[in-house]
Design a protein around this ligand. Sequence first.
Ligand code: FAD
Ligand code: 2HG
Ligand code: ZN
Length: 426
Amino acid sequence: METGCENTEDIRTVVPQGGNTGLVGGSVPVFDEIVINMSRMNEIRSFDEVSGTLVVDAGCILEVVDGYLKEKNHIFPLDLGAKGSCHIGGNVATNAGGLRLLRYGSLHGNVLGIEAVLPDGTVVDDLSKLRKNNTGYDLKQLFIGAEGTIGIITGISVLCPQRSKATNVAFFGLESFEKVQLAFKEAKGQLSEILSAFELMDSQSQDLVHRVTKNKRPLEGEYPFYCLVETSGSNFDHDQEKLSNFLEHVMEKEIVLDGAVSENETQIKAFWSWREGIPECLGHWGGVYKYDLSIPLKELYLLVEETRAKMEKAGLIGDTNEHPVVGVVGYGHMGDSNLHLNVATRRYDKKVEKELEPFVYEWIAKRNGSISAEHGLGLAKKNYIGYSRSDTIIALMKQIKNLYDPNGIMNPYKWFFSEKRIVYAI
Ligand code: FAD
Ligand code: 2HG
Ligand code: ZN
C-alpha cells in the first residue's frame, strides 16, 4: 500500500493530545510525530449518584463534565483555570493539581480506574469503580502523570464528591510572608472541614493584573501579599459567619491587615479573577518564564525575592523598553506548598535566562523540592528531572518506559526520548 512515506518505521511515533492547554509543551509534536487528538472521544459513560462514581471518555472537557455533575449535585474533584478547554484525559495524564487539591486531594487518590491503549495495541481494561482493591500492583497509577509516555488513556473512572451547597470567599491583605503562613495555620484550625482553597498572590502579581485589567481592586489599600481563602460547606450563612469571624480574629491578632468577605456570586467571581487571571495577564507584555515548584512552606517566597534581587542587580528589570523584565512575581497554591514563580518579560532574552538557570533548579534541589509540582516535565522541563529525582529513581522510570514502550513511540522527544529517534531527527 502507498503510504506517501518512505519509512513506515518513522511515522509510528505519536503524541497524545487533549485540550492542548498543558504548560510544558507535552502535547505538541517536535519532529515527525503523529498527533492523536482525543476531542472526539467525548462521551460521559455513566454516573452513579449513590457512590459518586463517574466514568468518562478521555476527551471530555473538564467544564462540560463539571456542568453535568452540577445537575446531579456533585462536583469534579479538580478545578483549574483551563477548565473550558482541557480534557479529563489530559488532566489525568498530567496529574493536574489545581485550585482545590487542598480539599479534594490528588488524582492519584480520586481516579478509581483507567482504560488505556498501549503502544502495541493492547487494551488495558482497568476501569475499576472500586474504592478498595488491594490485589497486586496498582498499575493505573503509572498512567496518572505519565504525560502520554506509556500509553493513551481512553477512559477514566473517578470518585466525585457531593457539591457543597455554599461557597464563600475572603480576600486578605498581609504585610509579610511570615504573616501569610500564620494566616494559613489559623485557617486550617478555624475553618477546618469547610476550607477548600488557600491561594497566595504577591503585590507584584496583583499590580500587573491591575495594569492589564484596570478592574477595581478587592481591597482599598495595597499590601505586600494577598491570600484568597475559600470555604465550601452546607450552609451559606453559617459558613459566611465562620469566615467573617475568622477574618475578625486574624485582624485582631494583627496577622491580616485588611480583608473582605464575599457577599454574593458576583463578588466570589471577582475575587477569584484576581488569582485565576494572573497567568493570562502576565503574558500581556510578551514572554513569561514559568517555574512550577514545590518548596517547603517556610522558604516558599524566598526564591521569588532572591530571583528579583538577581534581576535588579543585573539591571534587567524596569519600566522602559531597554529592560527585558517587566516583573518577577510569585503566586500559587499555598495550601499545597506549590509556588508559581513567573518572570514576565517584554521579550525572551539570553541574559535573563542566564540569571534564571540553573539558579532556580539548584535552589530547589538544595531544599529537596520539586522542579515540577503540577504541570509535568513535557518538553520544557525534561532536562531538569535530575534536580528532583535520583539516578536510581530515573533508572527505574526508564525500565518502566522500556517495558511498556520498547520501541519508544509514545511522545518520543519528551522526558523519555529514545536516543535512536533523536539521532534520526537531527
Ligand atoms: P494537553 O495539554 O493536551 O496534554 C498534556 C499532556 O498529557 C501531554 O503530554 C499529552 O501528550 C498528554 N495527554 C493528553 N491527553 C492524553 C491522553 N488521553 N492519554 C495520554 N496522554 C495524554 N495545571 C495544574 O496542574 N494546575 C492548575 O491550576 C493549572 N492551571 C492552568 C491554567 C491555565 C490558564 C492553563 C492554560 C493551564 C493550566 N494548567 C494547570 C496546566 C494543566 O496541566 C493543563 O491545563 C491540563 O491538565 C492539561 O490538559 P489538556 O487536556 O489540555 O492536556
Ligand atoms: C495556576 O495555578 C496554573 O494558575 C498556571 O497552574 C501557573 O502559569 C502558571 O505558571
Ligand atoms: Zn497552579
